[in-house]
Design a protein around this ligand. Structure first.
Ligand SMILES: *Cc1c(COP(=O)(O)O)cnc(C)c1O
Length: 401
């Protein structure tokens, strides 16, 4: 029986979050994910233009992916009721691993329940207390947690600060590190910019370090063939380990992966704890991801539309006087100041039929709250115009512009 005093403490914490404008609520979508979504409000469905899904290529409800998932359910069933190494590996799972490896041009790949788990299991099997990890300060929470689970020494450099990275690498060497791994997001999802992978690989080579990239916000829609930030920045053969997700561009289902050289993947199969001790991905999800890669690889038309939406939307908001973070991805963050302002802006946009989310502490630093918008190939040109007009109208109402 939980003690009343403990429950009261939790209630106080929740009340503090609400008082600080930091309390997150969830709206209910009453239909599929897409460029337009129906939101359930007071027993009604209201249509919104959706600017906050990770549905970059618009594949989350693609009919061929839905059909592939249904067919796999008929042929392979609903669930596996096993981890991979006991009796949870179907031909489908190996097909997807080999397809990811072929797509990203690595020896092999290994599946996880999510990229959060992939990053959780990425470091500990490879590195021990004689080794070092040098990590960008803006890296995703799952990388931070994965590093915490590993005994390697930790070094951090300010986001994109190559001088500091150089210093940390020297430091790690002079502290006697045996193996050094640099860890970075390919795209920093809160700011929407691409890591300086060319410079990172140069420094890695100079100091004899390896490079790991979490490419969740890039695989499928950035770079040639959608092969992500290594392809975009021309470092495909200089990166050692890539982690990624099937929960964003590649169908938006669930599942994560790590792609790397054969012995790396082989060791993960023996030792990565989230792989060993968690259930195998369900067949429909695996088949959907396979189909999503087939579509994404050939989707130059969708990638072009996505890029055109991003530049049109950026231009419209910049011209109107909004404060944006500069970038070259379909993530367009509109800065608003504090958390309460972000919530007010999100609801003012909601009232105008645009679905966005305010991002604020602890997801981004205090005072750097924002509306993070994300473009999608599921959106039309008219949707982009509609959304930009709504931002301008709401921004004037709240005195942001
Ligand atoms: C979304 C995301 C993850 C988590 O991916 P899931 O498959 O949803 O667990 C990890 N890293 C980065 C950079 C992400 O954007």
């Amino acid at each position: 029986m939980m003690q009343d005093a403990f429950i009261e403490k939790l209630e106080t914490t929740l009340a503090e979050l609400k008082a600080g404008g930091l309390f997150k609520t969830e709206r209910l979508i009453a239909g599929p994910q897409g460029g337009h979504v129906d939101v359930a409000l007071n027993g009604e469905k209201r249509p919104f233009v959706n600017l906050c899904a990770n549905n970059y290529l618009g594949l989350a409800n693609h009919p061929e992916i839905v059909a592939a998932a249904k067919a796999a359910m008929d042929d392979f069933g609903f669930g596996m009721a096993s981890v991979r190494f006991i009796c949870g590996t179907q031909t489908l799972h190996r097909d997807l691993e080999q397809r990811v490896a072929q797509y990203l041009r690595t020896d092999d790949a290994i599946l996880f329940a999510a990229c959060f788990d992939a990053n959780g299991g990425l470091f500990e099997p490879l590195l021990g207390e004689d080794d070092a990890i040098v990590s960008d300060a803006l890296n995703h929470a799952s990388i931070i947690d994965g590093i915490r689970l590993c005994k390697a020494k930790r070094y951090r450099f300010a986001n994109g600060d190559m001088d500091e990275l150089d210093d940390r690498l020297k430091q790690a060497r002079s502290d006697g590190a045996r193996t050094i791994l640099i860890a970075t997001d390919g795209v920093f999802s809160m700011d929407g910019h691409v890591a300086k992978l060319g410079a990172i690989c140069d420094l890695a080579e100079r100091h004899g370090a390896m490079v790991m990239i979490d490419d969740c916000h890039a695989t499928g829609h950035l770079g040639d063939g959608g092969r992500g930030t290594p392809a975009l920045t021309g470092v495909e053969d200089r990166v050692d380990i890539i982690s990624g997700t099937f929960g964003k561009t590649l169908g938006g289902g669930i599942g994560g992966f790590i792609a790397a050289r054969q012995p790396v993947i082989d060791l993960y199969r023996q030792k990565a704890r989230p792989y060993l001790f968690s259930n195998s991905l369900p067949p429909p999800t695996v088949a959907g991801a396979l189909k999503a890669i087939d579509i994404a690889e050939k989707a130059d038309d969708r990638r072009a539309l996505l890029a055109s939406h991003a530049s049109r939307f950026r231009a419209a908001l910049t011209d109107a006087g909004f404060d944006l973070i500069a970038g070259d991805t379909p993530i367009v963050p509109v800065m608003v100041g504090d958390a309460e302002r972000a919530q007010q802006m999100a609801s003012a946009l909601g009232a105008r039929g645009v679905y966005v989310a305010g991002f604020f502490y602890p997801v981004v630093p205090m005072g750097k709250a924002r509306i993070r918008t994300q473009m999608s190939a599921a959106l039309t040109d008219a949707d982009i115009t509609f959304a930009a007009d709504a931002f301008i109208d709401a921004g004037k109402q709240l005195g942001l512009i």
